[in-house]
Design a protein around this ligand. Structure first.
Ligand code: DGL
Length: 276
């Protein structure tokens, strides 16, 4: 069986890593829409149209049994559109607001995400439902996803920009301090080590990637129980594939994908050549 993992770039690799560990019997197809990156400031309707067009092609070509939208900016917007249009199960990723609200000791939590994710009604609803008894600081970062892409390409990142972007995450109020920062973008776990070093005080950085992989496995077991016992005897799943919509990712990304055991493929997306 094939599982598709989608993001605007390499951020979704943080989810792919967990998904591969929990669902090792399956083939994975990783798709990075690097031609549309960054998703953070796309208009909602245009992004929905773009992603529905991409999924038309992806589902027709790879026929996955499940798709993971490993992008908060997309998941907080587009899940209803994907579920009503296509008939495979979709699993999305959203900022871990509920666990942060449950675990905080100081009562001060921060959601760090792209501006798109921060302003979505879906994200605001999560805060209202699960964290209205907490002080929730919403930080929309305009440059972090790009910094993560640079970092993953082995480039030196500008720590002054990183410092500026994470500065507003740290709040002191009535003698209390932010103690949890929820990473609301799948790119950010790749920067967590650098962010940790710049933090004015220690905090927990919450990454929902593992929870999303577990949810995907639960959905597979529920909707396609036969998928979990798919492999006859010693047959191995087909090789994992990566696909970048630009068709020409930079060479460090090609090496990164190869190092992760992903076979890079090229594909045309007819919806991308239709003038908007
Ligand atoms: N990785 C994406 C997310 O989880 C978005 C990064 C971007 O394209 O701005 O939100």
């Amino acid at each position: 069986m094939t599982i598709l993992v989608f993001d605007s770039g390499i951020g979704g690799l943080s989810v792919l890593r967990e998904a591969r560990m929990l669902m090792h019997d399956h083939q994975f197809v990783y798709v990075g829409d690097d031609a549309g990156f960054p998703y953070g400031d796309w208009d909602g309707a245009a992004l929905t149209e773009r992603m529905v067009g991409l999924f038309e092609t992806l589902l027709a070509c790879y026929q996955p049994q499940l798709a993971i939208v490993a992008c908060n900016t997309a998941s907080t917007l587009i899940m209803p559109a994907l579920r009503s249009r296509f008939d495979i199960p979709f699993v999305g990723i959203v900022p871990a607001i509920k666990p942060a609200a449950e675990r905080t000791a100081s009562g001060l939590i921060t959601v760090l995400a792209t501006p798109g994710t921060i302003q979505r009604p879906y994200t605001k609803e999560l805060v209202k439902r699960f964290a209205s008894h907490r002080q929730v600081n919403m930080v929309g970062a305009t440059r972090l996803a790009r910094l993560a892409e640079e970092h993953m390409q082995g480039r030196q990142i500008d720590t002054a920009i990183l410092q500026e972007e994470i500065g507003p995450c740290f709040v002191e109020l009535d003698g209390k301090r932010t103690d949890i920062i929820t990473l609301g973008c799948t790119h950010y776990p790749f920067l967590v080590n650098e962010m940790r070093k710049l933090a004015p005080w220690p905090v927990d950085w919450l990454d929902p990637a593992e929870a999303v992989a577990r949810q995907a496995r639960t959905v597979l077991a529920r909707d396609l129980p036969e998928a979990l016992h798919d492999r006859p005897g010693s047959a191995r799943p087909a090789p994992d594939i990566a696909l970048m919509t630009s068709g020409s990712p930079p060479s460090p990304i090609i090496r990164l994908l190869a190092g992760l055991g992903l076979h890079l493929q090229a594909r045309d997306f007819p919806s991308l050549s239709v003038p908007r």
